[in-house]
Ligand binder design. Structure first.
Ligand SMILES: Cc1cc2nc3c(=O)[nH]c(=O)nc-3n(C[C@H](O)[C@H](O)[C@H](O)COP(=O)(O)O)c2cc1C
Length: 384
């Protein structure tokens, strides 16, 4: 079959063939590889979409290495996604000055006693092994200014801010020939971010994997498009095939930002147990919980959610709660308690039945979207 053409303004802005970006996905567990690693970025960019590195769990130095590895493996455009803290001098410069790594057991001692007791109680009751995690204190999230500078020095084609408003860096990014993308879950933030000068906005609905808001994708998209005008909007949350891509374009989006579907690929960085959860999922098998990071976050449902709900504890503020959840999750993984381990994933999990190469996912998505948009309207529709 001849190669399909599916182009929007996004393709011209980014120099890509298809209006599909594989979402930036950071680590799902401390010490684990990132959800969107170099191999996924390269595979999607080489296939004509754009891959975005999930850079949130990297040290500043390993971020630079990963960017250089991408450049060595593809000449196609790519992106980097970081989680920006609200204040750029996060932790009073702890990431720069303090120790680069600390054992999690030592950090836990500084947590509220109630949370420490709960972790210990679960470990005792379930006879879980003690697993020491070395926590990186110099991650990109702890050293945002240096991390942004690395992206600017390396002239990363697309800088994406998974949290926070990247408006403050637009001028420097543009001077380096880069584009800047922000992500939002409601119309109010869409307007605010668009006015800050960013080039592109992702509007992510409640269905999406990872941190997520309260508004469903279908209701959010037209409102975000209106609020952000004239800044172009990409759709996110629940897009897993060509039907979702076609619907997003029909709504007026310039493209799709796709997470869970690309996580469940050969190159996606999820643990095998998390990929299996996605494959085994129905549409009802994800939950939003604050158990993981202290913010509302969607993951494959598992018994850890019930343990947390039964704890009676308030989540600690982001990102401190990550330490509490990681202390247990690492032990669950080690003990092969797969029922208690569920990675970040969206409601679209129920649509995903197979782990495939990322290129195939992209090509099938484009093929189906082109069919729908050019000649295959659903059977019950007549439109002239
Ligand atoms: C495993 C995983 C990790 C994620 N990590 C990040 C992240 O580090 N930064 C970010 O901006 N978004 C992150 N997200 C959200 C995605 O970028 C994207 O917005 C979301 O997956 C879209 O919804 P979908 O999963 O239905 O495609 C993550 C999502 C998943 C599934």
């Amino acid at each position: 079959m001849a190669k399909r053409v599916l182009r929007t303004k996004l393709c011209d802005m980014l120099g890509i063939e298809y209006p599909v970006i594989a979402a930036g996905m950071g680590p799902t567990l401390i010490g684990e590889t990132t959800g969107a690693p170099v191999d996924l970025v390269v595979a999607v960019s080489e296939a004509g979409g754009m891959g975005v590195l999930g850079g949130s769990g990297f040290s500043v130095e390993s971020l630079r290495d990963a960017i250089r590895e991408i450049k060595a493996k593809t000449k196609k455009p790519y992106g980097v996604d970081l989680l920006l803290p609200q204040k750029l001098d996060v932790g009073g410069g702890l990431g720069q000055k303090g120790p680069k790594e600390l054992p999690l057991s030592a950090i836990l001692k500084a947590m509220p006693q109630s949370h420490q007791d709960w972790v210990k109680k679960i470990k005792d009751e379930m006879q879980l092994p003690e697993v020491e995690i070395i926590v990186k204190m110099n991650t990109t999230t702890m050293r945002p200014q240096e991390s942004i500078q690395v992206c600017i020095d390396e002239k990363v084609p697309l800088f994406c801010a998974g949290l926070g408003n990247p408006g403050f860096m637009v001028k420097d990014a543009h001077a380096a020939g880069m584009k800047v993308l922000g992500i939002t879950g409601n119309a109010k933030n869409a307007r605010r971010m668009a006015q800050s000068g960013i080039d592109l906005l992702v509007a992510q609905g409640h269905e999406g994997g990872g941190h997520t808001g309260r508004i469903g994708t279908m209701a959010l998209l037209p409102q975000a498009i209106d609020a952000a005008y004239p800044v172009p909007v990409l759709a996110a949350g629940g897009i897993g095939d060509g039907r979702g891509l076609a619907a997003a374009l029909a709504m007026g989006c310039v493209g799709a930002w796709v997470g869970t579907r690309f996580l469940a690929t050969d190159e996606g960085g999820a643990l095998p147990v998390n990929k299996k959860h996605i494959i085994d999922s129905t549409d009802e098998d994800t939950r939003v919980s604050k158990a993981y990071t202290g913010k509302t976050l969607r993951a494959s449902y598992n018994k850890f959610h019930d343990l947390w709900d039964g704890s009676g504890l308030e989540p600690l503020p982001f990102p401190t709660q990550v330490l509490i959840s990681s202390a247990l999750l690492a032990s669950f993984v080690q003990a092969k308690k797969d029922d208690y381990v569920g990675g970040l994933a969206g409601q679209v999990s129920g649509l995903i039945k197979e782990i495939k190469p990322a290129r195939q996912v992209l090509e099938e998505m484009v093929e189906e979207a082109v069919d729908i948009l050019t000649r295959r309207l659903p059977e019950n529709v007549t439109a002239k």
